[in-house]
Write a protein that binds this ligand. Structure first.
Ligand code: PXG
Length: 465
């Protein structure tokens, strides 16, 4: 057990948390009965909790701590910036040095035709910007009927009214009257779960062609944009068949539909390139960024906008913006994060060291009796839990039962691994070492073994009929 820093006893903290703190995406009454895990500090790829446990963070926080925890350079930059200029806005014909420097840096890292940045405080806010920006773009071009945005089922684009509507999460749409009008959702390219007897290639093509069918159904003059994560993250790290994205790009080009790539998870090295769009050969008109932009050290997001879209939007007033658009402390910290990613060759590490090691470890789990497919690209990976690999069967038990049990065993073994229904996902800090990947693999395997025994004992290994 490592040292516990000075704080109230865990039970007291948990009681206070339960009394006053409403957690996101949580049944708070259940959590109150159980007590939240209290994270007290972190370093590298390890979290420490109030009970003295050292936990390997296989999720880099929420897919964001790309450079790992405990980088003092970021803390120093934040302190310096707070002393110099803690806040000023970017409205009213004003700007400041951190926003200028960060926008320039992002433009230099982004694909050639993306050179303008609209800042936000989060990915949700950035996608709200995108929603308004693409509709405004077409209105300013004299085509106000082009307002429909096509997205995908099981996409995650954020939790605000706009971004939650863009997303395709049914449980979110069931609360609060979402989606807002003129958002449409087509099927996701999730071959394992939905591909039936088709080959992955045929299925990928068919899913992409749903976009064309939707455009033809609505009429080209009604459709503004298509939005998608290059690789769905929160939906379960769904890596599309390689036929999917080229066909989507062809369709967007053919019908002059703007393509928004939501790079909130895929951006800043996660897939081995600066952006997932490069890894998957996509040419977006707008990219959504957040998370890895600052490695989560400060809340900041934004939209990287193509020259063509920016030229139209910049010709009039876009009545949109946030108090914290381009926040100087967040911008300075993000800039330092980008410096570290570059100076320490973190993308090379992903491509040549951590990525291959993680792939070898992860694919090695494919032989486990609970595991169907394993999928990995760069530093994001998923596996499907199944009672029958050959038929890709679902469990007879409620969806998510097996996933939750694996996650619980994973936590019990001091590994943070997430489940999305019956898929397990990981997205560790990009700087993770091969030794740490080996440990991650050992803990993941132990978690699977323990969950398997539990499921067997409870008679939960049955396939759905
Ligand atoms: N787009 C994508 C692709 C995301 O993954 C957002 C937008 C929204 O970003 P903000 O900063 O507003 O949260 C996200 C966020 C999960 C989980 O359970 C994933 C996210 C957020 C919370 C939980 O995997 N992704």
């Amino acid at each position: 057990m490592s040292a516990i820093t000075n704080h109230l006893p865990t039970a007291e903290l948990q009681a206070l948390d339960a009394a006053h703190h409403m957690h996101p995406f949580t049944t708070n009454d259940d959590l109150a009965a159980k007590g939240a895990r209290i994270i007290t500090r972190a370093n590298g790829v390890y979290l420490h909790d109030s009970e003295g446990n050292e936990i390997l963070d296989g999720m880099a926080g929420l897919w964001c701590v790309n450079i790992g925890y405990g980088r003092e350079e970021l803390a120093d930059v934040a302190a310096r910036q707070m002393k110099e200029l803690p806040y000023y806005n970017t409205f009213f014909m004003t700007t400041h040095v951190p926003a200028i420097a960060l926008a320039k840096e992002i433009a230099s890292l982004a694909p050639d035709h993306l050179n303008q940045v609209f800042f936000a405080g989060s990915g949700s806010e950035a996608n709200d910007t995108n929603l308004r920006m693409v509709r405004t773009y077409w209105a300013m071009k004299g085509k106000p009927t082009k307002s429909i945005i096509i997205s995908r089922k099981n996409a995650y684009h954020g939790s605000s009214v706009g971004s939650g509507s863009l997303g395709g999460m049914t449980p979110m749409h069931e609360q609060g009257g979402l989606p807002i009008p003129d958002i449409m959702h087509i099927n996701q390219p999730h071959w394992w779960a939905e591909g039936g007897d088709a080959t992955p290639e045929d299925f990928g093509l068919a899913c992409a062609q749903e976009l064309e069918a939707a455009i033809l159904q609505m009429g080209e003059d009604r459709v503004a944009a298509f939005i998608a994560e290059p690789i769905q993250g929160a939906g379960g790290v769904i890596i599309p068949p390689n036929t999917y994205w080229p066909e989507i790009q062809r369709i967007c080009d053919k019908y002059e539909i703007l393509l928004i790539a939501d790079e909130v998870i895929c951006g800043f090295g996660r897939t081995g390139n600066w952006f997932g769009s490069e890894t998957l050969g996509i040419r977006p008109d707008i990219m959504t960024i957040a998370k890895g932009l600052s490695s989560g050290y400060q809340p900041i997001g934004g939209s990287i906008v193509s020259d063509e879209v920016a030229a139209v939007i910049n010709s009039g007033e876009f009545n949109h913006g946030y108090t914290y658009s381009g926040h100087p402390v967040a911008a300075a910290v993000a800039l330092e994060n980008l410096r570290i990613l570059q100076d320490e060759n973190v993308l090379d590490h992903v491509r040549n060291v951590a990525g291959p090691a993680l792939a070898e470890m992860w694919n090695g789990l494919g032989g486990h009796p609970l595991v169907g497919e394993t999928k990995i690209i760069g530093m994001m990976a998923s596996l499907a839990l199944t009672p029958n690999k050959e038929t890709r069967a679902k469990f007879a038990a409620d969806a998510g039962t097996a996933g939750f049990m694996c996650r619980e065993r994973s936590f019990a073994n001091n590994l943070i691994m997430r489940h999305v229904y019956d898929r397990l996902v990981i997205s560790p800090p990009l700087v993770i070492t091969p030794e740490e990947i080996t440990l991650l693999g050992q803990r993941a395997r132990t978690a699977l073994d323990e969950a398997y025994v539990q499921m067997k004992d409870l008679g939960l290994l049955k396939a759905a009929s």
